[in-house]
Design a protein around this ligand. Structure first.
Ligand code: SF4
Length: 169
């Protein structure tokens, strides 16, 4: 299987710390992040609602089809494409390697791929998360646990207890 993501979710996946629109959305997003962290599936770029949107599509005020969200996708596709030096469009496959995710995190923190974040209600949270080195994110903590990185690269113990990140709730 592939993890189906719309382009601007290549940014949002980096900063998820357990916040979201609804409990169902958060639960679904956590599952998608865990699949990315496991590193066993490719990310497939798609147009429109994706595996993350699936947690919100049944809500009456779902914004996943809005023109503003499509513009976010276009902005993210251009910015990430320039960073990776490859076109990002429907059908593009990306392996979520440590190298790829590290490059995305670095570019996100420096602001060079954040055009799509303009006007987003989560902007300040995501900026704080990036400013803190992404240490609180489910993706980074999940990678460090799943991929069994050397002890020096693992998250601080305050985030992990018995192999489970505290912020997973
Ligand atoms: S600011 Fe919004 S668009 Fe940008 S990463 Fe955060 S949630 Fe995604």
């Amino acid at each position: 299987m592939t993890i189906r993501l719309r382009p601007h979710h290549l940014l949002c996946m980096l900063t998820f710390v357990g916040e979201g629109y609804t409990p169902a959305f958060v639960e679904n997003l956590a599952q998608v992040i865990d699949r990315i962290a496991a590193g066993k599936e490719e990310i497939e770029i798609i147009e429109g609602p994706d595996d993350i949107c699936a947690g919100l599509l049944s809500e009456g005020d779902c914004h996943c089809h809005n023109a503003s969200v499509l513009i976010r996708d276009q902005q993210a596709a251009i910015a990430v494409g320039e960073l990776l030096q490859q076109p990002i469009h429907a059908g593009t496959l990306l392996q979520p390697t440590d190298d790829l995710l590290g490059r995305l995190r670095q570019a996100f923190a420096s602001g060079t791929i954040r055009q799509a974040c303009t006007g987003c209600q989560w902007f300040s949270i995501c900026s704080q998360v990036a400013g803190d080195g992404f240490n609180a994110t489910r993706l980074l903590s999940g990678i460090l646990i799943n991929r069994r990185l050397p002890a020096r690269n693992r998250p601080p113990q305050r985030w992990v207890r018995s192999g489970r990140c505290l912020w997973q709730g």
